[in-house]
Write a protein that binds this ligand. Structure first.
Ligand SMILES: *Cc1c(COP(=O)(O)O)cnc(C)c1O
Length: 430
């Protein structure tokens, strides 16, 4: 936010809300009474729309039993493809390139199992040290399954400062020994948004297949997978997509790869016209739906339908516009009020709009105890070790006034030394 049109006053926050074109969407979501929810990057809130589509599917189960597979509205048998077609509009893909299926980590497994084909000198996978641990565990397992070992075959790009990955370092690591690169779109701690277009172009110039984990960007950042030529992508639908705890995930496969045999095959990836012949031979679908494995998790998928309705109505470009403005506002408040003694909060998220996602990573040496004090004050943040408080002012349901209040809480927690009331060790889910 430009300094000249910024003020740290409460009136200014209220004014920003009064000009917010997305303000009306807030009432479509259930707010948690008495709290300010800043954790939509871990688990998005329930919307009335998502509740409605979930209840509809429950009712179909109640009244149709197994008949829901063909007579649900829409029929359950092609629900994964139906939602994939809708979601494709959020990520710049063609309708048949996206399917809502499986879990994030399982989708990573099947996609890497498909595209990682160690051959000749090309036997390695490129990833980065700051990626979400589950991704690194899965990549390590895939390397082992193909007879390799990660000490030799996993190339991890280092971070220069522990928060940011420099795209130049990634590109420098793209040697002729790399078969596949798997990178995050937005780093889960610092909130850095990588330049997926540039990385894809550089990978392809070197004969490398590239895929992205977009768990921290779909639903808050627009993607243009087809235009960029990305080979594959996968993401979860419970963060900015508000699909509910453990919601079914999604995957994207660029159509140039249709016809590749899925690494982890299963009957839901079979061509629908021959699926119920129950043949011994797998006859993969001709599009991204081939990468499904088993039966659609109907009850974990249904809320995504309502969520997508809201997203498509709001428009991903508008969502991004507010996201940049409200995260910029939060960073300005921290800079102006809280970046010096005795507060000492710092921001680890890159400043440039094109280099950040939907949350702000705030560093503080007492981050853990401050996040406990925030919770006691009714603010729901999350903490990521060793010293980052993540704050996600989700554009569809967080107001500028709430962000202003969060800044006051951050200030008062230090003014009153409130964090000192909390033990230094952490609970299991932070
Ligand atoms: C949230 C997240 C996951 C979660 O994986 P699940 O299989 O859904 O538990 C994986 N990778 C990244 C980068 C994430 O942000």
């Amino acid at each position: 936010m430009d300094r000249k049109d910024f003020s740290s006053s409460e009136e200014f926050a209220l004014k920003l809300d009064s000009f917010d074109p997305l303000a009306e969407f807030r009432s479509r979501f259930y707010q948690i009474p008495g709290s300010i929810y800043m954790d939509g990057n871990s688990l998005g809130l329930l919307s009335k729309d998502a509740e409605e589509t979930l209840l509809r599917v429950l009712d179909e189960w109640k009244t149709l039993g197994i008949g829901g597979w063909s007579r649900g509205n829409p029929p359950w048998i092609s629900y994964a493809e139906h939602l994939g077609r809708l979601e494709s509009r959020l990520v710049g893909a063609e309708p048949e390139e996206v399917v809502v299926s499986g879990s994030t980590t399982v989708n990573l497994h099947t996609l890497v199992a498909t595209f990682f084909k160690p051959e000749g000198e090309r036997r390695k996978i490129l990833a980065d040290v700051l990626n979400f641990p589950s991704d690194l565990y899965a990549i390590d397992a895939q390397i082992r399954l193909k007879g390799g070992n990660s000490r030799r075959d996993l190339v991890l790009v280092e971070s220069r400062d522990g928060h940011i990955i420099d795209e130049d370092d990634v590109i420098d690591a793209m040697s002729e020994e790399i078969s596949v690169a798997v990178l995050p779109s937005v780093l889960y701690r610092s909130g850095q948004l990588l330049d997926m277009e540039r990385l894809t172009r550089e990978a392809h110039e070197r004969g490398i297949i590239i895929g992205f984990d977009c768990s921290h960007s779909v639903g808050v950042v627009p993607h243009y997978f087809d235009k960029w030529g990305v080979d594959f992508a996968f993401w979860c639908n419970y963060k900015y997509m508000n699909g509910g705890p453990g919601a079914t995930a999604s995957l994207y496969v660029n159509k140039r790869h249709f016809g590749e045999r899925p690494g982890l095959a299963g009957w839901f990836g079979n061509d629908r016209s021959t699926m119920f012949n129950m043949d011994k031979a797998f006859d993969p679908a001709k599009d991204a739906s081939a990468w499904q494995i088993g039966t659609t998790f109907m009850l974990s998928t249904a809320p995504i339908e309502g969520s997508l309705r809201i997203m498509l109505e709001a428009g991903i470009e508008k969502i991004r516009e507010k996201s940049l403005k409200i995260t910029g506002y939060l960073m300005s408040l921290i800079d102006e009020m809280l970046s010096w003694e005795p507060y000492n909060y710092s921001i680890v998220t890159p400043r440039e709009p094109e280099r950040r996602g939907g949350h702000v990573g705030v560093g503080h040496e007492e981050a853990y105890r401050i996040s406990e004090a925030l919770k006691a004050r009714g603010v729901i943040p999350d903490f990521r070790p060793p010293n980052i408080i993540r704050l996600a002012p989700v554009p569809l349901y967080v107001s500028y006034h709430e962000v202003w209040q969060v800044a006051q809480h951050l200030k008062e927690i230090i003014d009153n030394r409130e964090y000192e009331r909390y033990p230094k060790q952490r609970g299991i889910v932070t």
